[in-house]
Design a protein around this ligand. Structure first.
Ligand code: FES
Ligand SMILES: [Fe+2]
Length: 345
């Protein structure tokens, strides 16, 4: 009997890091977004400090994204109250005293590869993760691409643990069985070897340029950040899948592709840009097998069979960690965590 959690055991929005916007968008002015059941604003102070706080002003609820940065604070467009980088109201033009409740909630925020990420709780449960065994400075990132899928958010990360779909949806043939482990209290990883078996031009080019076998490893953090590494004989591809559950019930899925960064600036300018475009195309094509199948899919815990055991265990794990409860058994795998997260700014 395969046990999987009921749908109501998943939170509307998992405790996690979310891709908010690009760094370029907040270069000149604050940016606010309605997401995850709230409104948030991101801005950079005059000294360059990155801030993300509640986007609705604590006074009468105006949108701080319509305001402007004043030195180390953000000014509300309605009555010009100002909030410092720690959320505390620092100036009210019409009053000498500032009421103690005049403070905006702030969130952990970090810039990486030109993207702004934030944790949707006052304290981050874990530092913004990255690929195992490499530092963020070693890789160059593509611009994100993405799509909106009409399915529950927790179906996206589940894809990596869905053994049946690998046999049916992708032109990769599984070589042996995948291994599943938990390298950190909020992370679950699936690793498997595949033969690049398809007859498409893409697969023929892949076999020629990269090799005919690939080891895919996908590390899932709380169901909304998935770090995928594809190690071929001659090269390694890196892709980050960042999801955002939408109020409409669907999920926005964005993908950032990475390559090893060249040492010289000329290499970074020419070679890396070209390699990123090529990888982006290949990964887009690979993922295009998943999008139409996931779009419109629904979660059915009673429909799982023995062949879905990894999938059911993933859902059990996710129902726990997505509420912010660490997986106590992660150490029992005997693995030393290989991830090298960097501390939040
Ligand atoms: S609503 Fe923001 S200052 Fe009044
Ligand atoms: Fe897939």
């Amino acid at each position: 009997m395969i046990q999987a959690p009921l749908a109501d055991q998943f939170p509307a929005y998992p405790h996690s890091w979310y891709l908010f916007c690009t760094a370029r968008e907040i270069q000149r002015r604050p940016v606010s977004r309605s997401m995850l059941g709230g409104q948030f604003v991101a801005f950079r102070t005059a000294s360059g400090r990155l801030v993300l706080m509640d986007g609705r002003c604590g006074h009468l609820g105006s949108d701080l994204g319509q305001g402007c940065v004043k030195g180390e604070a953000i000014q509300c467009p309605f009555h010009h109250w100002e909030y410092a980088a720690d959320g505390q109201c620092s100036h009210i033009p019409a009053a000498a005293d500032i009421p103690p409740w005049a403070r905006q909630a702030c969130y952990p925020v970090q810039e990486r590869h030109g993207c702004i990420f934030f944790f949707n709780r006052p304290e981050a449960l874990y530092p913004l993760p990255f690929f195992a065994g490499v530092g963020p400075d070693e890789l160059a990132a593509s611009r994100p691409f993405g799509t909106v899928l009409r399915c529950p958010w927790y179906m996206v990360g589940a894809n990596a643990f869905d053994l049946q779909h690998f046999r049916a949806a992708h032109d990769r043939r599984l070589v042996g069985l995948p291994a599943v482990d938990c390298p950190a209290p909020f992370a679950r990883r699936a690793t498997a070897r595949f033969a690049v078996a398809g007859d498409s031009l893409r697969d023929r080019v892949t076999r020629w340029a990269a090799g005919d076998e690939v080891e895919m490893s996908i590390t899932d953090w709380c169901g909304n950040l998935m770090f995928a590494t594809a190690t071929f004989r001659r090269t390694t591809s890196y892709g980050l899948v960042a999801t955002e559950p939408l109020a409409t019930g669907g999920v926005w899925v964005r993908v950032i592709v990475f390559v090893r960064q060249s040492a010289s600036w000329l290499g970074q300018l020419c070679r890396d840009v070209l390699r990123l475009e090529v990888r982006r195309w290949f990964i887009k094509k690979f993922l295009s097998a998943d999008a139409p199948r996931l779009d419109g899919a629904h979660y059915n815990p009673h429909g799982l069979i023995e062949a879905d055991r990894d999938l059911a265990e993933y859902f059990q794990w996710l129902a726990q960690v997505s509420h912010g409860t660490p997986n106590q058994e992660w150490r029992s795998t005997g693995l030393v965590p290989t991830l090298q997260p960097t501390a939040p700014a």
